[in-house]
Design a protein around this ligand. Sequence first.
Ligand SMILES: C[S@@+](CC[C@H](N)C(=O)[O-])C[C@H]1O[C@@H](n2cnc3c(N)ncnc32)[C@H](O)[C@@H]1O
Length: 295
Amino acid sequence: MTASATFNSVSALVRRETSMIYDEGKEYLVEARLAPLAAAKGLPLESYVARLGVDVVERQKVIDALTINETSWFRDHTPYQAFTDVIVPALVENRGLSRRLRIWSAACSSGQEAYSIAMLLDQHLPGDWTYEIVATDISTQMLERVKAGRYSQVEVNRGLPATSLVRYFTRVGREWEVAERLRERVTVRHLNLAAPYVGLGTFDMIWLRNVLIYFDAETKQDILRRMLPMLQLDGFLLLGSSETTLDLPADLSAAWRRDPVGRVQVHRRASAPPLDLSSTTSPSSPSSPLASTGA
Ligand SMILES: C[S@@+](CC[C@H](N)C(=O)[O-])C[C@H]1O[C@@H](n2cnc3c(N)ncnc32)[C@H](O)[C@@H]1O
């Protein structure tokens, strides 16, 4: 196989298995990330790639190596502010009977998003309420990390307020471990967002952040169409700061309503009841819910 045939073969594999687009120009990235896997098998890169078609274990390793897992605690801050100021109060108002929330961290990476949500629910849900966070990703390596709930000092330094570190983490060797009472609320599942969503149930809220950017328009549309029935009628969807539903075909764009909450657009099903913003806390107020995390 030539270098270009090797790249094309990996690019096609990644697209087939994850729907992520690896365009020309990313050759350096593929080589840098796959060279250690090939070396571990004692093979030149070309021969290693040629074997991937028949080796499911190495294929998963390649997917793990090529997913972009960039994440941090309370990433972008404002979505979490909208969550505590508006979304949690609205859901608490509407779920008085079940006293339970179900939240989906879709494309959870190493779990900072899921555990950031868990910390806020721990503080802002009434005492007799409970919650489940379903954390899914296509990378099995990332899911193992979520399950372990352990983070290095460098990772902890990326957005985790000192007050939250003290409150929710224990030092284990050189790492920090998330408290068991948060870990037991996070269910981990392997899921390809571009494949059917079987047996997940419905959610009060979906966090689908910083993953749609890796897909082509068709895949993005397909995902956002299939997410609609996954959300309760009065539920909430949050996208990443550079992701939007405005560029969807008219019918699908209209199926998602965009409600501004502070500085973020919260997405809701078109038939969702209007949001009552009258009793929300100002994001800049010292009594703002995120203030207690120091975030
Ligand atoms: C940049 S991270 C985003 C993490 C987190 N949501 C955040 O905003 O910080 C993107 C994640 O999407 C996952 N991913 C990529 N393609 C996927 C797919 N087809 N299905 C599920 N997850 C996928 C990657 O493994 C990676 O962990």
